[in-house]
Design a binder for this molecule. Structure first.
Ligand code: NAD
Length: 357
């Protein structure tokens, strides 16, 4: 498999393939850019069908982190890691300790945290092998699980979209379909939305979580595949990526797509398809930056909830500016966000080079 020629390679600074025979670790760490600072992004553990799928995920997620971090104006670069979940039973603590050794070998160029399939406890196991880990439940400046803050950022951005798309300043009676509602972010987002009066439609492969949300918020449980074609106002993808694709786009009736999942669009070109259908799309890495904003305090060693709140207001403003530009120019919001992110990275790179010269 070619790596340097991979369509998602995008000049990654480093890619580390890490294996450990004893624990069964198979991991890929992508360091996309350290122009703004050490690359920071979560670790995902998933049952990938093969290493090609894992590499594709690592590269796209890692580039996305560079864009996310620069759009949130954080002094960190972009990176991400994936662990191919071992088949059969495995020693979870030992696996994450081995992963921590791989992170440590990058000497601080990459800082890890939680992502899908990984918990704060797993990060404590990583901490046994390296100090380059955040999102810890305890310790100096610990920021804990980033998911509640990610959900708050998504909630705030979703309201910005509702105001523009539906002309409503509140969420009373607004119908929202949440994919991945039993997950960390999905559950918190459901709580915010329900408290704001939204009507919820939820799906997940984990039924237990759904039953809890139904009991708590009166949410309606729908089938995994039915979530796309519901007659709702907002579709909030909060599971995995590539859910906006040629198979789903024509089924989506929602006027707004705003969720936490990374890489929601299967390809960049899907942004134009979304726009063509009159749907407002909140670029995923702008909307879901709450979690990385939260861990930033931990990286800086000085966790300050007030600073986090201010950054979440900034997230709303950035989203509104992107959607304004999209309206003015009649161009997809995802492309506009990508352009702004790339331009900011290039400016940082030029400033850094000028200092060295
Ligand atoms: P999670 O693993 O806790 O939740 C994901 C949920 O999606 C799980 O409940 C899972 O059962 C469900 N799911 C998986 N496949 C599904 C399918 N085909 N249909 C319906 N549901 C399905 O992960 P999370 O931390 O809540 O993250 C959710 C998404 O948000 C991910 O894409 C993640 O990368 C992104 N994100 C998370 C954070 C964060 O702070 N946790 C920050 C930024 C972005």
């Amino acid at each position: 498999m070619s790596v340097l020629e991979h369509p998602s390679f995008d000049n990654h600074e480093k890619i580390l393939f890490a294996t450990d025979e004893v624990t069964g670790l198979k991991a890929i760490i992508g360091v996309h850019s350290t122009v703004s600072g050490p690359a920071c992004g979560g670790c995902r553990m998933w049952s990938y069908p093969n290493s090609e799928a894992a590499l594709q995920d690592a590269l796209r997620l890692s580039q996305g982190m560079s864009y996310k971090n620069i759009m949130a104006d954080l002094p960190i670069g972009g990176g991400k890691s994936v662990i191919m979940k071992p088949e059969g039973p495995f020693d979870r603590k030992a696996l994450f300790e081995a992963f921590g050794r791989a992170v440590d070998s990058l000497n601080g160029h990459y800082i890890t945290a939680e992502d899908v399939g990984v918990s704060p406890d797993d990060m404590m196991a990583v901490r046994a092998s390296t100090e380059h880990v955040v999102g810890l439940p305890e310790g100096k400046a610990a920021s804990g699980d980033p998911s509640p803050v990610t959900a708050e950022g998504v909630f705030r951005g979703l309201k910005v979209c509702v105001e523009r798309g539906l002309g409503k300043s509140d969420l009373a009676g607004v119908k929202v379909a949440i994919q991945g509602a039993s997950g960390h972010v999905g559950t918190y987002l459901a709580g915010h939305l329900a408290r704001a009066g939204a009507e919820l439609f939820i799906t997940d492969i984990n039924q237990d979580g759904l039953e809890r949300l139904k009991a708590e918020h009166g949410a309606t449980i729908v089938g995994l595949d039915d979530i796309y074609s519901l007659d709702v106002d907002v579709f909030a993808p909060c599971a995995l990526g590539s859910v906006i694709n040629p198979d789903t786009i024509d089924r989506i009736k929602a006027k707004i797509i705003a969720g936490a999942a990374n890489n929601q669009l299967a390809t960049r070109e899907m942004g134009a398809e979304v726009l063509k259908r009159g749907i407002i799309y909140a670029p995923d890495y702008v909307l879901n930056a709450g979690g990385i904003i939260n861990v930033m305090g931990e990286i800086a060693g000085d966790f300050n909830p007030e600073w986090v709140k201010g950054k979440l207001v900034g997230l709303e403003q950035t989203l509104a500016e992107i959607l304004d530009q999209s309206d003015r120019e009649g161009r997809p919001s995802n492309l506009i966000a990508d352009e702004i992110a790339r331009q900011r990275i290039e400016e940082k790179r030029a400033a850094k080079l000028a200092k060295v010269a």
